[in-house]
Design a protein around this ligand. Structure first.
Ligand code: HEC
Ligand code: HEC
Ligand code: HEC
Ligand code: HEC
Ligand code: HEC
Length: 304
């Protein structure tokens, strides 16, 4: 009996150790866990498109604007920690969509390291090198190939289970896949569906947090405006033609974004100028301008 109890005790002691051993303690460990540099060798075009995409820099903001900085600063937002050393994933509800692997696969020490890096990058008293190093560390946190082709590729987990180790998921299965770590690609039923993108591209306010907030409502607008009005295309149809992983727009590329918006938004202006006879001998010049903006997007633009 005593022996059994000892075994149970040991089991309970060992279990949390095993669980925590699987989680990343540092930004480097988390980046390594989700490293997709091996994919470059065989999927070079896709890799290069992805590298330029917003998914490759989800915490960097537009043009390196590090939009998470207020969350790291004491008192600046309702989420900010009082002490950077005490930061946890709860201080960054943004992880839900900007870095989902930080919720499933990282210890709170990663939130501490991120908070310190954000504060260093914003600290005028630091040297340029210290600031650049802090930014480079944050840039390692990405929505890469593994996040999308593994973690996010199975939605109905009660029926289908969790994504398996060493397996990738895509719109098509590949029985023998050349990667050293991911030797198989299985078919995901959601990869071609807008619902897949909807996991992160938002339905409306995030009401599940103890302090609700809003970011990215585009999937809501797609469902309730575009689809409800008879739209038939998926996000992938419009944004990933021929497997394009840039998934434009890329807001860091002003020229490209302007061209895309020019194509997407048609502005039709009708004007009528006339002189209004206000009273005898008094004409007042008037103009009527009718503008119609038509969008070819499957949702409101801009989203926000
Ligand atoms: C040694 C070469 C090689 C490496 C390394 C490699 N792949 Fe592949 N991968 C292929 C080939 C070849 C195919 C296409 C097989 C086919 O169509 O029958 C493929 C297919 C795929 C597919 C399925 C595509 C579809 O049609 O839906 C995905 C997803 C994928 N790879 C992702 C990755 C990721 C992510 C990595 C890095 C972790 C990676 N690959 C590394 C060679 C490679
Ligand atoms: C429901 C998922 C979701 C959550 C939660 C979320 N975001 Fe976002 N966020 C997105 C998506 C998707 C985009 C890009 C697409 C868009 O703007 O429609 C985005 C874009 C942004 C942008 C504009 C682009 C940029 O990089 O500057 C900022 C700023 C931003 N998010 C900040 C935050 C912050 C801060 C939080 C946490 C308080 C947060 N987001 C939480 C999904 C989310
Ligand atoms: C934001 C999520 C996302 C990221 C990041 C991502 N993929 Fe994909 N990928 C998809 C989706 C969705 C499809 C399926 C598109 C379709 O079938 O219309 C896809 C399709 C593919 C295909 C099949 C392409 C084809 O021609 O049909 C390959 C190969 C692939 N991805 C490899 C990669 C590699 C390698 C990376 C990392 C460099 C990567 N993906 C990153 C979402 C992603
Ligand atoms: C894991 C969550 C996630 C998934 C899945 C995802 N996205 Fe994103 N996406 C984001 C985040 C976060 C950003 C904003 C990154 C930033 O702050 O710059 C973004 C940025 C974008 C952008 C750039 C425009 C902008 O405003 O930043 C487009 C376009 C986009 N996503 C389309 C898609 C499409 C289409 C799919 C499905 C094939 C998809 N995304 C799947 C999280 C995701
Ligand atoms: C009918 C085609 C079409 C469909 C369907 C579509 N989009 Fe778009 N999307 C566009 C066009 C066009 C633009 C605006 C032009 C541009 O800058 O690329 C755009 C812009 C965006 C942007 C930038 C938003 C901003 O703030 O300006 C994001 C993010 C995005 N789409 C994601 C998605 C996601 C996620 C889905 C599916 C839920 C989707 N799109 C469905 C065509 C489409």
């Amino acid at each position: 009996m005593k022996f059994l109890r000892l075994i149970f005790m040991l089991l309970f002691m060992a279990f949390p150790l095993i669980v925590s051993a699987e989680k990343a303690k540092t930004i480097d460990e988390l980046a390594k866990m989700y490293d997709s540099s091996s994919c470059k060798e065989c999927h070079e075009d896709i890799y290069m498109q992805w590298e330029k995409s917003h998914h490759a820099r989800p915490l960097m903001g537009v043009k390196g604007g590090l939009m998470l900085t207020p969350l790291a600063m004491k008192g600046a937002t309702a989420f900010s920690p009082d002490d950077p050393k005490k930061a946890t994933a709860k201080n960054y509800p943004c992880f839900k969509c900007h870095l989902p692997q930080a919720i499933t696969s990282a210890e709170d020490s990663v939130a501490v390291e991120l908070t310190e890096a954000l504060l260093t990058a914003a600290d005028a008293s630091k040297t340029d090198k210290e600031k650049a190093d802090a930014k480079a560390q944050i840039a390692k946190l990405q929505i890469g190939c593994i996040v999308c082709h593994s973690d996010k590729a199975i939605l109905h987990k009660r029926e289908l289970g969790e994504p398996q180790k060493g397996v990738l998921y895509s719109s098509k299965a590949v029985a023998e896949h050349g990667d050293a770590m991911y030797k198989k690609v299985e078919k995901s039923i959601v990869m071609k569906d807008s619902l897949y993108c909807g996991q992160c591209h938002g339905l409306g306010p995030n009401l599940e947090f103890d302090q609700p907030f809003q970011c990215a409502n585009l999937y809501g607008s797609y469902l309730h405006n575009y689809i409800a009005s008879g739209g038939t295309k998926s996000c992938q149809d419009c944004h990933m033609q021929k497997g394009d992983h840039l998934i434009a727009p890329n807001w860091n590329d002003d020229k490209g974004s302007t061209e895309l918006l020019k194509k997407a938004l048609a502005l039709d202006v009708e004007t009528l100028g006339y002189d209004w006879l206000r009273k005898a001998k008094t004409y007042v010049s008037k103009v009527v301008v009718n503008t119609t903006i038509t969008s070819t997007a499957g949702h409101r633009v801009p989203d926000g």
